[in-house]
Design a protein around this ligand. Sequence first.
Ligand code: GDP
Ligand code: MG
Length: 441
Amino acid sequence: LSERLGGVFERLTRQGALSEADVETALREVRVALLEADVSLPVARDFVKAVKQKAMGQAVTKSVTPGQQVVKIVHDELVRVLAGEGPADALKIDNPPATVLMVGLQGSGKTTTTAKLAKRLKEKNGKKVLLASLDTQRPAAMEQLAILGTQIGVDSLPIVKGESAVQIAKRAKQQAAFGGYDVLFLDTAGRLHIDEVLMDEVQAVRDIAEPRETLLVVDGLTGQDAVNVATEFNAKVGISGVVLTRMDGDGRGGAALSMRAVTGKPIRFVGLGEKMDAIDAFEPERVAGRILGMGDIVALVEKARETFEAEQAERMAKRFAKGLFNMNDLKSQLDQMLKMGGMQGVMGMLPGMGKMARAAEEAGFDDRMLRRQIALINSMTKKERANPDLLQASRKKRIAAGAGLEVSELNRLLKQHKQMADMMKKMGKGGMMKQVAKAMM
Ligand code: GDP
Ligand code: MG
């Protein structure tokens, strides 16, 4: 996916401005990316439409690279759509005993997720939890939950053979109330496909159980079918949220976007493995990045930057090799940094650089400083730029006044330039920009 997507962004990056045609092209690819991530067609279509409106409004106005801009718009919109209101993992479990009903197809991970959530509530929230399996379909299903309960140190309802799901639910409610439990999990049976019998049973259980939360458990690798599952369960049973399992696999998680868009219900948790600790609160950023293949794009933006650096470096290296590094050279570097979105933009693009960007900012090295320095250089004559050694007191005063700044600021710039010029002389070819960037910090 992202190679193609990346190609488009790379092209956009080179052009320097977003035209309507560019946005169209990019978004066509975004749509393909979404479909490849198993987002359903109507959802992908709507999503792209929303993004286009946003992108068009901003298109030519901003000075950051167009590719970055499109990535950001697409990513932000994904996060916006995916995010629920409030923290994803805040289950409504006040007024004990609160019942949590777990529904979904067979094999989606209901039983495993039930135990994972029980463990989490016990350990994180200090809740007293009771587990009950209503799975009268599969032979060893009830034992499976009881075993997991023992493993995590959580009580489960004693198994009585021959009861119906509704009967078990009733008994579980009583037990939860009498036993002073905070939370009761009802783990229901699933079918391989949605059918009347399954839905009727779940409805009957729901009416008895009066759950505070009804969580639909969906296999994150399910793909397009997830929409139908979510739509059906939401219409027939009414769900309060979704748990996406098997997100440790290489599914792209597009089901999350589809289900969120179609049901309007938030994704609450993601399952990340078979172990009892392998569950996390749903994070829209993480899944958005995954759906979009953001990592690849970030890498491509880096690559584009490196290409630019290489060209720039080669041209400048010739000058530097001769010991030439004047104010014009410095200015073109500062201009480039601004164009790339300033310090924050340049560093924000690189993984692990956020901290450095912040440190640079604290040291007073921000975009405003870049602009002030550029203003100072602009205020110099051609001669002065080519030969900074000319700058004595009176010229300095004139230049600083011209830029509306203090002489001390000009002195700082000159000192910085001197350091850089010295370093340039020492350096041979290659890695030029990186060294420059480092020197500036
Ligand atoms: P149920 O039929 O819906 O109750 O599904 P189960 O809870 O019995 O899970 C079916 C299988 O999927 C089991 O082997 C689980 O260990 C596995 N499973 C559940 N959740 C996850 C997950 O998040 N990641 C992985 N890799 N496996 C999972
Ligand atoms: Mg089960």
